[in-house]
Each structure stands twice: as structure tokens, then as C-alpha cells.
Write a new protein. Sequence first.
Length: 393
Amino acid sequence: MRCDTVWTGARLLPLTSGLDVIEGGVVACRDGRIVHAGPAETAPSFEADQIIDVGGRLLTPALVDPHTHLVYAGDRAHEFKLRLEGATYEDIARSGGGIVSTMRAVRAASEAELVAESLPRLDALLAQGITTVEIKSGYGLSLDDELKMLRAARSLGQVRRVRVVTTFLGAHALPPEFNGRADAYIDEVCERMIPAVAAGNLASAVDVFCEGIGFSPDQTRRVFEAAKAHGLRVKLHAEQLSNLNGAALAAEFGALSADHLAAMQQSGTVATLLPGAFYFTRETQLPPVTALRTAGVPIALASDSNPGTSPLTSPLLVMNMAATLFRMTVAECLLGVTRHAAKALGRLDDLGTLEAGKACDLAIWNVERPEQLVCPIGFNPLETRVFNGVPDA
């Protein structure tokens, strides 16, 4: 078999079925795609340009972060200080802070400035094995500024070796110019913003912040209907701060993922849990992990990297937090940042596991066992990140 690169001598963790590690595993790549992933004894003969001996290291699919707000300007560390002094997320949002604070910084920034401010955050993710990241808009809250954010997110995928999946989150908060006129702003989102996003091919999905301080289920439904009419998939931020039955709405529309969930029924929708936000906001209501397991709902994990409630850029810490705070197993944690994360983005056909035909996105770790990726805190054992068959220099 003709190949570009073959990796041999790996402890191979394909993540196609739990934590079954293949000793002496081999991965072969041609034109950026996996052509073989399995034990050496069943591998065909290879004629390869390059053969790399992994030396017994653990080799997994590269990691996927399926929920971030990575593109923004400024910071909100002062809000962290206020929360330590007793203010709630709702208090800060209602006093003009929160999302609207970041909105002002984003509106004042150029597209190039947004790219420059976001690159260090992206680089931190890539340094821990991420090759695919979802980036939401939602801090512009006007047509021009939302489009600027989405273009900046796409630009990140041109200046770094990473696959960027963009999501339009115009219905993230009510901008000041629409105070008291939430329905009018939803008109703007549905009638102007979504058509422009679709026409520019700037996003693959549309998200909504369905909360008491965000938008109602009826307003969310309108956004979802507009998204569907323009050929865009839908996602949902739901039930982080209130219980408006957003998860049921997400299921009804066949959402790719629903985030901040308090309850979810079997629907084909992925539950994306955000342990960084749970930790940072000192939340006490645990997500229903047991109920999700029982229902067979796939659980993805994400950094939710954002300036206000989860300033986190470490997928390894995400796994450790999910294990310690949510009592998720090692298998659930690893699947949450690979296979199920890819499914949350509608990309499982191409990413998330080591199988022939998929993109050759790999992570090679200086560990021997899967639990060694979930247990440590503040330690990064990544040896090599491989994107589309090409190792980082």
C-alpha cells in the first residue's frame, strides 16, 4: 500500500469502542487521510515516504473543542473580582457588564485586532492536541460586527494549522440599542443577520442563548426556523441559569448540540457539558450525567473558552474537571473530547476516531495509558500533534 507516512510502535487508542488499546499499533496516511489504523499483524505492506516509530507512546485521535467563544477583545477580570465579592452573573449582566461589556470591546476592534487577540488563546488549545475548534460569534450583536467576528474566526484557520467550525450566535444578548425591544432584535437576527451569514457562507450553524436573561423559547423557535430556512443547522445554550425547557426545543429541531443542560431526552442531539463554566461560576447544580448515560445521549466536553464565565484554554483540564466535578469516567472524558465532540459538530464522518477514510488528525502523547491524560493537573504530555497527516514542526 502506497502511503505518505506510517506511524508504528504505538499504543493505539482508536476510540471506536471504549478504551481498547492496541499494542504495537500502526496508522498509515495518504493525502491527509487515514488508510489503515490497527494492529501491526493485520496491517498490509506499506511503501511509505516516511516511517515514524512512536516508541510505545499512546496515540489517539486529535482532540476537538466543540464549543468556544474564542474570538473577542478585551477582558473581564474585573467581573471575576466582583463575583468573588458576592455579585452574581445575573447582577453583572443587568448592570451593563457581561456579554454587553465584551460587545463594546469587539465593536471597537478591527478584524485584524480580533485575530491578533484571539491567536494566543487558539495556540494554547493547539498545544494540547486540538486540531478542530468551534468558534461562535455573539459579541458583536449588530450585522457588521457579527460578520466581522465570523470572518476573524475563519482567518484563524488560515494563519494556523487548525480546522475552524464557525457558529453564528447573534441571539446571545440584547444590544443596548434594542433595550426593551427583544422581539425587534430577533426580527433583525432572522431577517437581516441570518440571510447575510448564509449568503457569505460564514457559518455552518446558528446558536441561541435561551435563558431568563437571554431569549425566550418562542424567540428561540423563530431563530431556529430562520436558520433552517437558510440551510443552517441549529445549536442551543440552554438551562444554565433558568429552566425554560430549551433542551426539549433543541431536540425538536434536531439540534447538533445543546449546551448547559439540566435535562435532556433521547433525541440524537449531543449534550455538550462545560465543566470550566461550572467551576468558574461556582455552580452547584450538577448536570444530569447519570440520566444522560441511561438515555444513551452522547456527552461531549468543551472548554467554552470565553472572557466572562470560562476563561479556559486547556482540553486536558476540561477532562480532569469533568472527572472530578461530574464523576465522569476516563472513557467518557476521552470520548467527550474526540468522538462525541466531533458528533456535536456534525463531523463524526470525518473526525473523532482513528478509522480508514477519516482525516489523519492524531495526537501522540508521552504516556502509556488513557487515564494518564485525565488524571494530571497542569501537565501537558503532548509529544506530537498531526493535522491532515502532517506533524507539527
